[in-house]
Design a protein around this ligand. Sequence first.
Ligand code: NAD
Ligand code: TYD
Length: 373
Amino acid sequence: MEHKFGEIFDNMRKLKNILVSGGAGFIGCNFINFLLEQNIDFTGRIINLDLLTYAGNISSLEEIEKQFGGGRYIFERGDICDRTFVESILKKYNIDTVVHFAAESHVDRSILGPEAFIKTNVMGTFTLLDAVRNVWKTPEGGFRQDVLFHHISTDEVYGSLGETGYFTETTPYDPRSPYSASKAASDHLVMAYAHTYGLPLTLSNCSNNYGPYQFPEKLIPLMILNILEGKPLPVYGDGKNIRDWVYVEDHNKAVWTIMKNGLTGEKYNIGGENEWENIKLLQVLIDLVSEKAKLNPVKVREKITYVKDRPGHDRRYAIDCSKIKRDLGWKQDVSFEEGLNKTVNWYMTNDAWVKNILSGEYLKWIEKNYGQR
Ligand code: NAD
Ligand code: TYD
């Protein structure tokens, strides 16, 4: 039996042995925590495949390892670009579901060094797709009926908006940074594999995430930590670029909803419906962190430093996520106020995690325990 476009799997989609690529990164580790700790809906097993680059932190899953390690949770260190390794994992654990988070994810790094982005985001996605195409095929020329590949992508593939308008699922792609170009290429590969081979695939494009375990090179955690440490607060350009912020758990609930009930061959936008100019968001963060850490917000504001703009800096992102709301019944549960509160509290009480991920010590520990990359 062949998969048909638009088929709802519902009870057919068992999602038993899930391969999470990039599960030691920000969104991936929150996804694993969500599935194993909170989701009564899921009784299967998670294989976390992660290379542990600078952005991956295996200590984010310490509790999961203690509770579920060796049973419902297994960590495998490796590169998604390594075809032999990827196929061996798919077979070893009889993987029926892939949710693909692994990526190089920071725009500024992509401007400084695009090559790693092409390698991991384009070649890595290709390698995963082609590996499942091989491993999931049936002798009849189709694919196993119980499988799904969900690809995680970004709203940045759509380019930059002016003062009005929203990205919908049919907005033409117009990526403008090496990061977004590499993600756009990966999205095109995913849709091409759905159309050409009939692989059961779904795709989601999400706006800016925030929450616990985000590497402190991204705006929100960087600013929280710099405020706490009395460091300068670097604002790119005029500070009026706009991002649409969504709490990481709301994103992950949307991903799970798509994995359970999404239509194969379809893409879904996910967003916070929560647009903020960077400078206004920074003002809110300054007040919030100052109140919690008993700092003088007037003094903290003196640390705001307008710096040279990011080359090609996209002006505005804003997601229209009415499709996933209407078709799959998803909605955001966490208000910005609540999400920021949780996030600031988390960074203020997880000093060891921050030190660990920022220090070279962490990478040395990885090399000692897992060998050189
Ligand atoms: P992250 O940088 O925090 O984590 C990426 C993870 O991928 C790390 O654990 C890293 O070790 C791993 N990784 C990198 N290269 C690898 C390779 N070659 N093989 C195996 N593992 C590798 O990223 P994130 O913010 O958690 O983003 C996850 C996904 O979500 C990405 O695909 C990103 O494009 C997408 N996304 C992110 C956001 C956001 O705001 N952070 C928004 C929309 C979409
Ligand atoms: P970032 O968190 O890097 O996410 P993205 O570029 O994927 O949207 O940046 C969010 C916004 O904040 C973006 O407009 C760039 C801006 N920004 C600063 O002004 N200063 C900073 O130090 C950083 C990291 C980002």
